[in-house]
Design a protein around this ligand. Sequence first.
Ligand SMILES: [Zn+2]
Length: 93
Amino acid sequence: MGIHAIQIDNKARKANKNMAKTDDKKKHKNCSLCADKIESIDYKDASKLRRYLTEAGKIIPRRITGNCAKHQRMIAKAIKQAREAAIISYVFD
Ligand SMILES: [Zn+2]
């Protein structure tokens, strides 16, 4: 009886594993910068940076843009540099 219970438990675990697999498929890499093989972001390229800003001039979170952590960091850094250089404004009208 004890063994039988364990077998059921394993079956349930396998089913969960398969479900997790389908979830992974959904959140595949969606980073546009990885797709373009971009290694650096020029903070002077305002038109590119604007793509990652909301209308209010805020950085769009990567859960929405789908960017990877590496590129999101690059974007945030470039945007901050661009703001300091007054290439893009802190707040858009
Ligand atoms: Zn990326």
